[in-house]
Design a protein around this ligand. Structure first.
Ligand SMILES: *[C@@H]1O[C@H](CO)[C@@H](O)[C@H](O)[C@H]1NC(C)=O
Ligand SMILES: *[C@@H]1O[C@H](CO)[C@@H](O)[C@H](O)[C@H]1NC(C)=O
Ligand SMILES: *[C@@H]1O[C@H](CO)[C@@H](O)[C@H](O)[C@H]1NC(C)=O
Ligand SMILES: *[C@@H]1O[C@H](CO)[C@@H](O)[C@H](O)[C@H]1NC(C)=O
Ligand SMILES: *[C@@H]1O[C@H](CO)[C@@H](O)[C@H](O)[C@H]1NC(C)=O
Length: 461
């Protein structure tokens, strides 16, 4: 090599190394070695099959970290120049090609350093990492586990059924917490009393499909920013605190499949932003359908199935024209189906009134439910002529109502199983529906009825 003197070549390499060191150390401080080691320990615990240190040999882990391992640079208070680098997000479990986090292996565990090593951690995410329920991964008891960084904002554990441990190990006094999603894990214990006092900025608390128990502490009502509260599919019980109505930002309240009992608190009427209410399959009982639903105009979904509510269906539908789904299966309802449901629920897609003791006819106004995709009236004691057109007919479930009948020409599809009406049609209001046994004439009647409704609207306005 005549072009370069060996010495000048060496000098060049030295200069380059010095320069790049200067540039790197000026712009990007290195991740603290202890934190770096901890990253590798945690990576090894979730997937020991990958040789992580070989795949990511760079000393500067922050500039070439695995997807899902996120660093941030921090500066001292009086300086814009970053002086340290720390891990702020850890996400494990393959979600999609767009979020290819380190995949968890079938023998993944949790290395305990995850609780202690990351003092700047804002987000922790585990997706389908602990799934083999014969190979349980135990969380430490909260008494021996120090808790995550006080900087924690998001805690997300989704579908890790083999991860078993007390909620109090995961959920501590984190004042910056915004989002908690612990769904489909083996987490047990009670909701900590202090949650409402400390994590006042919490916007989502989803604890569905775990083994949680105990009551809903009324201190939870201090979480004024809460928009989603989902405690469904656990073993919670007791009475719901009246103060839940203080959560006025709430959009979704889902308490399905627990052991809650007593009265559905009237304070819930204050949840004026609520769109989704699901209290199905609890033991709320004997106070009838809550009348305050009439005062919650934003509601889209109301599900109360599987509670012994009892009573007749009240006239609460006037302001609920935006409701898409109503589940009142198996709620001990008696009496007639009110015509007002057919008149006002103009956007209804689903109505479940099955497994009750409803009687009388299906109101003719139900013929107006044009957007419906399923109406389930099975296992009641309904009788008389069905008012539906053949078009809606296919979306009906009517079994277990031996006294229901259908006009001959509509006897196709699921309606075909019903007996054909022998008597003259029973017309509930002669002024609106002139008697006719010809089902083909039913369409003009509906138009007349619609016209009548429009007139009513004009008179009122
Ligand atoms: C689950 O774990 C058990 C016990 O370690 C093991 O025998 C079994 O093969 C595992 N199942 C799967 C699907 O990995
Ligand atoms: C939670 O942390 C805050 C701030 O660090 C503190 O003021 C409060 O007393 C703590 N609450 C509990 C129950 O430890
Ligand atoms: C919360 O609700 C309870 C009961 O409804 C009420 O007495 C209390 O004043 C409310 N608290 C706040 C802070 O709004
Ligand atoms: C309704 O009752 C039938 C027959 O007893 C039962 O098979 C079905 O699961 C019940 N449905 C609901 C929603 O309770
Ligand atoms: C069904 O209604 C009829 C009257 O229409 C009544 O005689 C009968 O006892 C009712 N059956 C049940 C199970 O409620």
């Amino acid at each position: 090599m005549a072009l370069f003197h060996p010495f000048s070549c060496l000098a060049l390499v030295f200069l380059y190394t010095l320069l790049s060191l200067l540039v790197v150390s000026h712009q990007q401080p290195l991740l603290d070695p202890a934190e770096r080691d901890a990253v590798f320990r945690v990576l090894n615990s979730v997937n020991p099959a990958v040789s992580w240190r070989t795949v990511f040999p760079d000393d500067d882990l922050c500039s070439s970290a695995p997807h899902g391992v996120v660093c941030d640079y921090f500066s001292d208070d009086d300086s814009d120049v970053p002086s340290s680098a720390h891990i702020t997000e850890l996400s494990f479990g393959f979600v999609s090609d767009y979020a290819p986090n380190p995949p968890c292996s079938s023998d993944s565990t949790i290395d305990p350093t995850i609780f202690t090593a990351f003092n700047f951690l804002r987000k922790l995410f585990f997706y389908k990492c602990f799934t083999n329920e014969t190979r349980r991964v135990s969380l430490p008891a909260d008494a021996v586990s120090p808790g995550f960084s006080s900087a924690l904002e998001e805690l997300v554990f989704i579908d890790n059924p083999a991860l078993v441990g007390p909620l109090s190990t995961l959920l501590r006094n984190y004042t910056n917490l915004r989002r908690v999603v612990l769904t489909g894990n083996g987490v047990y214990g009670e909701i900590p009393e202090g949650l409402g006092d400390d994590s006042v900025g919490l916007e989502e608390l989803t604890l569905s499909r775990n083994q949680l128990s105990g009551p809903v502490p009324s201190s939870l009502s201090k979480l004024k920013s809460l928009r989603v509260l989902d405690l469904s599919h656990n073993h919670f019980d007791g009475y719901l605190p009246e103060a839940l109505g203080n959560l006025t930002e709430l959009l979704k309240l889902d308490l399905t499949s627990n052991g809650f009992s007593g009265k559905i608190p009237g304070g819930l009427r204050n949840l004026q932003s609520l769109e989704f209410l699901d209290l199905s399959y609890n033991r709320f009982g004997n106070y009838g359908l809550p009348l305050f639903l009439a005062e919650m105009p934003k509601l889209r979904e109301v599900h109360l199935s599987g509670n012994p509510l009892g009573g007749a269906i009240p006239e609460i539908w006037k302001n609920l024209g935006g409701v898409l789904g109503i589940g009142l299966s198996n709620t001990g309802l008696v009496g007639n189906i009110p015509a007002s449901m057919g008149v006002h629920l103009r956007n209804l897609r689903y109505l479940g009134l099955d497994n009750n003791s409803l009687e009388g006819t299906v109101p003719v106004e139900f013929a107006l439910l044009g957007t419906v995709s399923e109406i389930n009236l099975e296992n009641n004691n309904l009788s008389g002529r069905l008012p539906f057109s053949a078009k809606i007919g296919g979306k009906l479930k009517l079994g277990g109502n031996p006294e229901l009948c259908v006009d001959e020409r509509l006897g196709s599809g699921s309606l075909g199983k019903l007996k054909v009406c022998t008597n003259k049609p029973v017309i509930p209001n002669a002024a609106l529906f002139s008697a006719s046994s010809n089902p083909l004439l039913a369409v003009p009647h509906v138009l007349v009825f619609l016209g009548f409704l429009v007139c009513l609207g004009l008179i009122n306005s």
